[in-house]
Design a binder for this molecule. Structure first.
Ligand code: ADP
Ligand code: TRP
Length: 334
């Protein structure tokens, strides 16, 4: 399905990724990229400035996210790996797309609507604290996608609408000039990727403070795992593993045989909560230890990563320049 296709993945450098992000988004994106003939993978730093104004924080988050993707196995020789702000054609293309973007699309976009709803709940004016970057961000995202003649954009469900907006804008431009100036992208939602629960049983999320950290030391990971909620039933009491939080988290990381072993141990009253937490800890450490080493290396040698990003920009820019030229030729009748 992905051979002969151009896949584009964008990630905002905000927040420090946790185990749920890694298993639910980062690793699947890397795997998908490997299957595609062409894979563009970029860090959406122009999107990040809408919310984050401190350059030191922005820089740190960008470093983290770049190193996490490399540590997770992104191959910069296969995937074109770049920073959005290194491709000046993207904002230029965005400006052209604005002329074909109905304002109503932006009014309906989820991120803007969510910000308005939050203001209403707080009794503030609708547009309080909302900047034009946030308001118009689906158009910038459309440019991110359309610039590279993307076939498929892997997204979480919340981003489907934005890919549809990109399609609509491209469709409007193509219809106006009566030729395929821009390639229509499709979204792809991977239904097999599970939502990893956090240590309190809700979805693992940075906003709930219930995360298992990703690339911290074993002690920090152990601390999080040993604070996973359990009950006071004794070990000998046979238990249905379904619904036991440690087991639920284990599902996203264990092999089928390991999962079976934990399930049987709980059903037979042979494994206590301390045992199963240790089993989870071992699995998490096994899953991340190699990547963590690479992560620490890249964080300490960021100049190497910067070089990779510059190489990526060198590969991405000619494609962007070509799209921009096609658009300018049509729009200005050159
Ligand atoms: P958070 O909920 O921590 O704020 P984000 O909303 O920034 O995370 O999500 C970033 C990416 O990670 C998205 O693609 C999202 O689908 C994925 N993701 C977030 N939390 C989880 C989770 N608990 N399990 C699986 N995937 C997740
Ligand atoms: N809006 C996406 C998010 O919030 C990030 C993003 C920006 C993106 N541009 C993109 C994703 C282009 C895919 C394609 O997660």
């Amino acid at each position: 399905m992905f051979e002969e296709k151009t896949i584009l993945t964008g990630v905002k450098p905000t927040g420090t990724p946790h185990l749920g992000n890694y298993l639910g988004a980062i690793k699947p994106a890397i795997e998908l990229g490997k299957k595609a003939s062409r894979h563009y993978m970029f860090i959406a730093d122009y999107h990040a400035i809408n919310a984050e104004k401190d350059p030191a924080v922005l820089n740190e988050k960008l470093k983290e996210i770049a190193c996490i993707y490399l540590a997770g196995g992104l191959d910069p020789n296969h995937s074109v790996f770049y920073r959005q702000s290194d491709i000046p054609e993207i904002p230029e293309i965005t400006t052209i797309l604005y002329a074909y973007t109905p304002k109503g699309f932006m009014n309906k976009a989820h991120a803007y609507k969510a910000a308005v709803d939050k203001n209403r709940e707080a009794g503030k004016p609708d547009d309080d604290g909302i900047n034009m970057g946030l308001y118009t961000y689906p158009t910038l995202m459309a440019a991110d996608i359309l610039t590279f003649n993307t076939d498929i954009v892997p997204v979480g469900k919340d981003q489907i609408q934005h890919v549809e907006i990109a399609r609509d804008i491209a469709g409007a431009i193509n219809a106006h000039y009566n030729k395929e100036l821009l390639h229509l992208p499709e979204y792809y939602v991977d239904e097999h990727v599970a939502v990893v629960p956090g240590i309190d049983g809700r979805k693992m999320s940075k906003s709930y403070g219930n995360v298992i950290p990703l690339f911290e030391d074993d002690k920090a990971i152990k601390k999080a795992i040993f604070s996973i909620k359990t009950d006071s039933r004794p070990m000998e009491e046979p238990k249905d593993p379904e619904g036991i939080l440690v087991y639920e988290i284990y599902k996203s990381i264990a092999t089928p045989a390991e999962l079976q072993e934990m399930g049987d141990g709980l059903r037979q009253g042979k494994l206590g909560y301390g045992h199963i937490k240790n089993m989870l800890l071992d699995a998490v450490i096994r899953e991340i230890s190699e990547a963590r080493e690479k992560y620490n290396y890249y964080m300490a040698h960021f100049a190497e990563v910067e070089e990779m990003l510059q190489e990526g920009a060198k590969k991405a820019r000619p494609v962007a320049q070509e799209t921009l030229r096609r658009l300018k030729d049509a729009v200005f009748g050159r």
